[in-house]
Ligand binder design. Structure first.
Ligand SMILES: [Zn+2]
Length: 383
């Protein structure tokens, strides 16, 4: 139950998405500050830093580029904050994957300066949110930090997203689809969201989560076929919006079982090589089985996940469906503060255990009997 009757909604100040939008980086950054600090993913650093240099060549604007060292840890946050301070920068632009973006958020919030987020893949709903996930330097999860504001601008260059591996795009689709089922679970339980503390959802956030599902089911396969040949179509643009903007409604509508399953899976080292959205995909199957969704809706979601080659069984995440593993996952999900409790039913450890077991079996049965694949086979598209 929500602690308050009040509704709350958070969103980036502006959201802009389209092919070649990175060309406008200097224009946007200059409107927020006179000296811009670019924090860039290390493996894209040379390419992006060269591009920024070219964009700035014809201007008098000041800027600094800095490679991100790979982990959103307190040591890295401190290092980057110090670099921003030394440079005298007045606006931060974070460019890269989730960890780079989360570090940029921490630095800009600590210094109380404007923040522009420029994701280089559409693999999670991290870009729009007011949240950072913190790890130790050796990649152990510590926890989440909730910021007082969302990014001032989220700038998405579709051409950049289209160049990222398709696997990341597919994982982003799994992550975004979960938003719908998790929003519904929170609507049915009048659950709390992540805006402030104890607030509940707006009607708008649930409508956006529903739109995410609609787009993904309608345009998901079309988008992958287009991206497989490097084409940017309207379907691609729609799915990017679903993955990045609409998927971020987890913040406003609340999360539930699918993300709780993701969290539980991270305790098993074998799953570390799988992407966030891939683990969430199996979490969706668990949630639908637990909540006893109608067969038609269950089949629709599971077939869609299979058609995108997203995991619907434990073995697809390198986890044996053994009694020991299922019990371990159920134990993690049953905790008092677990988001797995954000469902409209009484939860017990046994119920969670059996939902995981039946979800794994459901995924297996559908995989054996449904071979439809919506995107091209071939190693260049695979894992
Ligand atoms: Zn997520």
């Amino acid at each position: 139950m929500a602690i308050s009757r009040a509704r709350a909604f958070g969103a980036p100040g502006k959201y802009i998405q389209g092919p070649g939008e990175y060309e406008n980086l200097e224009t946007f950054a200059s409107s927020y500050g006179d000296n811009t600090f670019y924090l860039i993913d290390s493996f894209l650093f040379d390419e992006i830093a060269a591009r920024i240099q070219k964009i700035y060549a014809s201007t008098a604007s000041k800027y600094v580029t800095e490679p991100f060292r790979g982990e959103c840890s307190y040591a890295e946050i401190e290092r980057v904050t110090e670099r921003v301070r030394t440079a005298g920068a007045t606006v931060v632009v974070a460019m890269g994957g989730g960890k780079t973006l989360d570090t940029g958020k921490m630095v800009a919030m600590a210094m109380n300066i404007p923040l522009i987020i420029a994701p280089t893949s559409a693999s999670t709903d991290a870009p729009c949110s007011a949240m950072s996930v913190i790890y130790t330097d050796d990649h152990q999860y510590i926890g989440c930090v909730f910021h007082k504001r969302n990014p001032d601008l989220v700038l998405v260059d579709t051409e950049m997203i289209a160049k990222a591996p398709l696997r990341m795009f597919r994982a982003g689709m799994g992550d975004a689809l979960s938003t719908y089922y998790e929003a519904l679970a929170n609507e049915r339980t009048d659950g709390v969201n992540y805006v402030g503390s104890g607030y509940r959802r707006t009607r708008a956030s649930v409508a956006m989560a529903e739109l995410a599902r609609e787009i993904l089911l309608e345009d998901g396969a079309k988008a992958l076929r287009a991206l497989a040949c490097g084409a940017i179509t309207e379907a691609v643009e729609n799915v990017i919006e679903a993955n990045i903007l609409l998927g971020a409604q987890f913040e406003n509508a609340g999360s539930s079982v699918a993300h709780a399953v993701h969290g539980a899976l991270t305790a098993l080292p074998a799953t570390h090589k799988y992407l966030h959205g891939e683990k969430v995909a199996f979490g969706i199957v668990v949630q639908l089985v637990l909540e006893n969704y109608p067969e038609a809706e269950l089949a629709e979601a599971v077939k869609w996940l299979i058609s995108l080659d997203l995991p619907v069984t434990l073995d697809q995440l390198d986890v044996e469906a053994s009694e020991a593993n299922i019990s371990l996952l159920a134990e993690a999900l049953a905790g008092e503060k677990s988001r797995a409790r954000a469902v409209p039913m009484w939860i017990t450890r046994r119920l969670l255990h059996d939902a995981i077991k039946a979800a794994d079996r459901t995924g297996r049965d559908f995989r054996e009997n449904f071979q439809g694949r919506a995107w091209p086979r071939g190693s260049e598209y695979g894992k």
